[in-house]
Design a protein around this ligand. Structure first.
Ligand SMILES: *Cc1c(COP(=O)(O)O)cnc(C)c1O
Length: 358
């Protein structure tokens, strides 16, 4: 049955497949394998299946709930837990993830204990801080950590990695990548081993990659946004040849009337405790949509029509319809940014409709 209720997100599976294949081929051309990141789509098995069909055989997610969802739906892939494990979830991490990114030895020790108990092996990638100041061991602590990890039963050191452009907005440039490569070389030399994975970052690494320098030891990137939204993430520039419109939010007009552009009466606080201010455009066509801040951060939406978002409350978006003759029941289509996509995919109030299945 086709779901035509609103609000709904329309997910073009063929466009996602196209983006995934293109990125896999692009990065693969210089020895970098892609981990497909599924967290923004909550581990949606239909989308995860598309990534696997596109040739991406390792999937990464920040949440064990999502990894479990994909496993239980029968997705055949290697699963990587991207967020440093929550200590109280260590047992599930070993149970559902093949690999996890780690920055705390105490947690790796817990993973070791559960791996031994369950008679399995769990792989870890040690994350190194390189300036963005989210997760990671300080580089000066890395060799000691490696030494300890190598002694842990049930744990295999799969490699090292870093993450940039997330918290601090720091660019993964040639210098940062060369430094990570040199750390990998140092570890291999000191411990006489070979690291399977040197994971250089995320969708923000595109600019570094296409600048054409040496990729050094970097042989993996973890990609989410560039697959789904077709852009790099330092400047949010579209990547040539990729679709930027694989996801569209559709909302519906619930009221359409000519009204003033400025509220009248004594101005106090609005629903969220702010005192609003408005520009006077005289009488305008005000349109209300049946979607609101409980569904999506409205600032992350861009309408395809030439109409303006005036504001939102929990359940309403209020728009100036300008010259568009929108009436009750009409559908209004929006482009979404990453934050908006995340909320919409997470919301039980927004229905999901898949188009162009592959
Ligand atoms: C979310 C995440 C990614 C993917 O980031 P994108 O910008 O969506 O490509 C990669 N690595 C880690 C550790 C993450 O948490």
């Amino acid at each position: 049955m086709i779901d035509v209720t609103t609000p709904r997100i329309e997910i073009d599976l063929a466009k996602i497949a196209h983006n995934a294949e293109k990125l896999k081929r692009l990065y693969g051309s210089r020895g970098i394998c892609v981990t497909g990141v599924t967290k923004v789509v909550c581990g949606d098995p239909r989308i995860a299946g598309v990534l696997v069909k596109s040739g991406i055989h390792t999937l990464g997610d920040s949440r064990i709930t999502n990894i479990r969802r994909m496993r239980e739906a029968g997705i055949q892939a290697q699963f990587v837990l991207l967020r440093t494990p929550i200590p109280s979830q260590a047992e599930s991490v070993v149970k559902y993830a093949d690999i996890s990114l780690n920055s705390e030895l105490s947690v790796v020790k817990m993973l070791s204990k559960f791996a031994v108990n369950n008679n399995t092996a769990h792989k870890v990638i040690l994350m190194v801080e390189s300036g963005d100041l989210r997760e990671g061991l300080m580089p000066s602590d890395l060799e000691d950590a490696v030494q300890e990890v190598l002694l842990l039963e049930g744990i295999e050191l799969a490699g090292i990695g870093t993450n940039l452009a997330c918290f601090g907005g720091i660019k993964p440039d040639e210098e940062k990548m060369e430094y990570l490569s040199s750390l990998a070389g140092d570890i291999e030399e000191r411990f006489g081993l070979s690291l399977e994975i040197v994971s250089g970052g995320n969708s923000a690494n595109y600019t570094w990659f296409v600048s054409g320098g040496n990729t050094g030891r970097i042989n993996n990137l973890r990609l989410g946004e560039s697959i789904y939204l077709g852009c790099e993430t330092l400047y949010r520039t579209p990547i040539p040849g990729l679709y930027t419109d694989a996801f569209m939010l559709i909302a519906e007009v619930i009221e359409s009337k000519i009204k003033p552009s400025i509220p009248y009466g004594e101005v106090c606080q609005d629903a969220f405790g702010n005192v609003p201010g408005f520009k006077d455009h005289g009488q305008i066509r005000r349109v209300i949509l049946g979607v609101g801040l409980q569904d999506v951060p409205v600032s992350g939406l861009t309408p395809l029509l030439d109409i303006d978002i005036l504001g939102a409350s929990g359940d309403h978006v209020i728009m100036n319809a300008k010259k568009e003759g929108l009436k009750t029941g009409d559908e209004v289509v929006f482009d979404l940014n990453y934050g908006a996509l995340l909320s919409v995919m997470t919301s039980p109030y927004v229905s999901k409709r898949y188009v162009n299945s592959i």
